[in-house]
Design a protein around this ligand. Structure first.
Ligand SMILES: CC(=O)SCCNC(=O)CCNC(=O)[C@H](O)C(C)(C)COP(=O)(O)OP(=O)(O)OC[C@H]1O[C@@H](n2cnc3c(N)ncnc32)[C@H](O)[C@@H]1OP(=O)(O)O
Ligand SMILES: CC(C)C(=O)C(=O)O
Length: 552
């Protein structure tokens, strides 16, 4: 067994920022989004996307409304280079979309990057070098100035190549890669040094992208880092501050959200969070978080099934059934009390009002999820959910007393089969329990004479025999009750009865539910018929059929 030794690790030092402002802020506007699926996402795949997968993914990003898309690292591979050429030569970049490409701060790579972009109308050149203590000390083995020199040199090459390639609208982006592990004063110094080369203005800003290349702290600490950076970097007005969070601690979305509260203008991420190690921050989740707070996420997410299919077919990564907002099970309530609360909220919901449904942070139908996704029945389920499904599918409004009775029937069945019950199976179970037709006695026909006292004459089919019964009372049902009591020599009373027209389905028009009690038994009968009186009489006979003395 491996030995766990927490002394091997040390806590990330918090910042001493008693005047931090971000906790007082809300996100009332969506940040600028930049998808890095085709670069950071792609570089993390077991099998990087093929050309056709990359094209398909790119089309998806356009359809979703992304305006900034990091399309690759063209100096790193022929495939990325060719993909950028294809975008440009085949005129695949809409006028309002800017592609972004990544490069290290190395001249040959920068040169190739510009070669890949020949003929582009506008592009973001994204250059990075690593700045954290571990990278400085162990990877690059350089002091602070040495690392600044790499960045400044890279920024200079980028500027010179842009000047040598006039025409396109170039925008520059610099990432102090591993910002999350970088001393803040150094992060500011290196970005100031890069900006001293690029000389951004408010009209022509640069993007400074602050990556949590590795997520090393709680999201509040990252927000402190971003707020501190924004407050100390020179020429803030000429900078679009971007964040690029990874999910090592599972908080990439939270970190990006708090970073936006702390002053970030722009967020880089991927769809469903694919990316290095535990992934990039998930743009779909963050966009849906904003949406659920009444903020327009400025992305088209309604066709979510197509989005998910495209992502998983291109990345060959499955979607976890509990993935926020999009997983197959995330709107599903199996447990009884959740189902009951959802049913009540939906029943009482005023159309067009603000969404306010227990257990459902957003309306699942916004993401093409039907209410069948919401309520599913297994042994954990209760009466509310079952009743809801039967009403939705078959127009059956089970009276409360029957909901209580039937839910235990459903539970027993689901425990026996150890599986989920689908709505048609629940409906079959309901009919076979209360309305089954293979009964000892069946209503063959009847005739009612209405008067002060109503009289009924009916014939019951029992195998090949036809049995005549007759009775009288106030109303046809009461008359039939007395006829059955007489014929079977029974004492019982009807303790529950209701009937209604079915609003759905092709079976028939009306349904009647009825519960009778003898001194020792309580049984339920249900019947469906196009005629409401026939439904009631049949429901009564179905109940009587279940009494032990009648069954014998
Ligand atoms: C956090 C991120 O996701 S950053 C993006 C990471 N993505 C990728 O790396 C995918 C694409 N990259 C590649 O395919 C390759 O790294 C290439 C083709 C770009 C370069 O490959 P190589 O030339 O073999 O170099 P390699 O990537 O191993 O880099 C190592 C060298 O580059 C230097 N280097 C690394 N990053 C940078 C940088 N950002 N700026 C300047 N120099 C850098 C290293 O110090 C090292 O120098 P040394 O050889 O003198 O020791
Ligand atoms: C290049 C940078 C932005 C990066 O991908 C990271 O730090 O994760």
């Amino acid at each position: 067994m491996t030995t766990f030794n927490h002394n091997k690790y040390q806590a990330f030092p918090p910042l001493d920022m008693p005047n931090r402002q971000w906790p007082n802020n809300n996100i009332s506007e969506t940040p600028l989004w930049c998808s890095v699926d085709l670069r950071d996402g792609n570089q993390a795949l077991v099998e990087p996307m093929t050309v056709s997968q990359k094209r398909r993914y790119y089309e998806l990003l356009l359809a979703m409304g992304f305006k900034e898309i990091e399309v690759g690292f063209p100096a790193a591979s022929k495939m990325d280079f060719d993909f950028v050429r294809w975008l440009i030569e085949e005129n695949k970049i809409p006028g309002d979309v800017t592609i972004q490409v990544l490069t290290q701060a190395r001249e040959s790579l920068i040169e190739q990057t510009f070669a890949a972009l020949k003929g582009v109308k506008q592009a973001i050149i994204h250059v990075y070098n690593s700045t954290s203590t571990v990278q400085r000390e162990l990877v690059f083995q350089k002091d602070r100035q040495g690392i600044i020199d790499i960045a400044v040199q890279g920024a200079t090459w980028v500027k010179l190549h842009a000047e040598a390639n006039p025409g396109p609208q170039w925008q520059f982006e610099y990432s102090p890669e591993s910002f999350s592990g970088t001393e803040l004063d150094f992060a500011v110094d290196i970005c100031d040094a890069v900006n001293a080369v690029w000389q951004p203005t408010a009209a022509n800003p640069v993007i400074i992208n602050l990556p949590a290349t590795v997520e090393m702290s709680t999201p509040n600490v990252f927000a402190d880092q971003v707020e501190w950076f924004c407050g100390n970097v020179k020429n803030r007005d000429a900078i679009t501050v971007s964040v690029h969070t990874h999910n090592d601690r599972g908080c990439a979305v939270a970190a990006a959200e708090l970073a936006v509260m702390a002053g970030a203008d722009r967020v880089e991420g991927t769809l469903l969070g694919n990316g290095e190690r535990t992934g990039n921050m998930d743009i779909i989740t963050m966009a849906m978080n904003l949406y659920s707070q009444g903020v327009d996420p400025k992305l088209q997410l309604g066709d979510i099934d197509n989005i998910i299919t495209t992502i998983s077919e291109c990345t060959q990564l499955p979607v976890h059934p509990r993935h926020p907002y999009v997983g197959e099970l995330v709107y599903t309530a199996f447990s009884g009390s959740h189902q009951d609360a959802i049913k009540k909220c939906l029943d009482r919901r005023v159309p067009e009002s603000t969404w306010n449904v227990a257990y459902l942070p957003i309306d699942p139908t916004d993401l093409n999820r039907t209410l069948q996704h919401v309520i599913r029945v297994n042994s954990q389920s209760g009466k509310g959910g079952i009743a809801y499904l039967l009403e939705q599918e078959y127009g059956v409004q089970l009276p409360r007393w029957l909901q209580i009775e039937f839910s235990s029937v459903v539970q027993r069945q689901s425990e026996t089969t150890a599986s989920e019950l689908l709505v048609p199976q629940i409906w079959q179970l309901f009919k076979s329990t209360y309305a089954h037709t293979e009964q000892p006695y069946q209503l063959a026909d009847y005739n009612v004479n209405h008067g002060d006292i109503d009289k009924i004459q009916a014939r019951l089919a029992a195998g090949i025999d036809l049995i005549s019964v007759a009775g009288e009372g106030q109303g046809a049902l009461t008359a039939f009750i007395s006829s059955l009591k007489l014929y079977f020599n029974l004492e019982f009373e009807v303790v529950n009865f209701s009937e209604h027209a079915l609003s759905k389905g092709t079976d028939a028009d009306a349904i009647a539910y009825l519960q009778i009690k003898t001194a020792t038994e309580s049984v339920i009968g249900v019947a469906i018929n196009h005629d409401i009186l026939t439904a009631s009489l049949t429901a009564l006979l179905n109940a009587v059929n279940q009494l032990e003395s009648v069954k014998r």
